[in-house]
Design a protein. Structure first.
Length: 283
């Protein structure tokens, strides 16, 4: 899919006014692409527009609302003639949740699911017909990038609603990739960032970036390489966690069910030594 990042191609990016989405918008503009940035935060949108310049247009929307997706579809038709070469379903939120105490509000659970999961489902249901209509042309290619999370794969304790939403997003992305397997000009990619210095990870506090996280620009550089390879899995490392470490953690999590261990055994004291020994092994 080398032809995605090409002058005059188009990109539609949700959650594009900050973080990874904004870095992706900057990358697309660097290649001379036309970019439509969607975000719910009007202040961030205004700032993004000032920085990105004339090559980008913006639209304020709530990805959980189908009527907002209909408005976005109209803008894509008007500005891009219905052409979408890069569709990045990236918008997400991550307020803390729990099953007990002050973070146990079901309304917050619902908001996370509505944004993180249905923000993807709504985007696919609204724009996939547009993508498929254009994809019959031999010179037309589209990459659909869906932002997941390692928390949706290894499921660490601490934020059940966010983890559940991203686990569901992973499932949706896998199903979409399978359903589009005969579409030669359309690829699907699951972006799974490592620790990335975004507002969700602490950057909003204005403190200096620590060593461990990647910058959003590093994440989208890695994404670009995987899109060019046609790789579905975009499992990003960071400055502390290698690809091999991630793979070991994922395999351990799957083995909870296979071996009949208690769920989330990685974080249980009785499995601490066994997990450490597993991580010390070579794959």
């Amino acid at each position: 899919m080398a032809a995605i990042f090409t002058p005059a191609n188009t990109a539609v990016i949700t959650g594009g006014a900050s973080g990874i989405g904004f870095a992706l918008a900057e990358k697309c503009l660097h290649y001379g692409m036309r970019v439509l940035v969607a975000d719910w935060n009007a202040k961030n949108l205004d700032a993004a527009k000032q920085i990105l310049g004339q090559g980008a247009s913006t639209i304020q929307m709530d990805v959980s609302k189908l009527e907002d997706w209909s408005a976005l579809k109209i803008r894509i038709t008007q500005e891009f003639g219905g052409r979408i070469n890069l569709l990045a379903l990236n918008a997400g939120i991550g307020p803390k949740t729990s099953f007990d105490g002050p973070d146990s509000d079901p309304a917050v659970f619902q908001k996370i699911i509505d944004t993180n999961l249905f923000g993807v489902v709504n985007g696919i249901s609204t724009l996939l017909p547009v993508v498929k209509e254009k994809s019959s042309s031999s010179d037309y290619q589209t990459a659909i990038v869906i932002t997941g999370s390692k928390q949706g794969i290894t499921n660490p304790p601490g934020n059940p609603a966010y983890n559940a939403s991203k686990a569901a997003v992973k499932s949706v992305a896998e199903q979409l990739s399978f359903d589009l397997r005969t579409e030669k000009n359309v690829t699907v990619h699951l972006l799974v960032p490592g620790w990335t210095w975004t507002a969700l990870a602490g950057a909003a506090s204005a403190r200096e970036k620590p060593y461990s996280p990647w910058t959003p620009a590093e994440v989208v550089d890695y994404l670009e390489g995987k899109v060019r390879e046609g790789q579905f899995w975009v499992l990003c490392p960071d400055n502390d966690v290698t690809e091999e470490m991630d793979k070991k953690r994922m395999l351990w999590s799957v083995d909870d069910a296979v071996k009949g261990r208690a769920p989330l055994s990685r974080w249980r004291e009785e499995f601490k030594d066994e997990f450490a020994a597993w991580m010390a092994k070579d794959l």
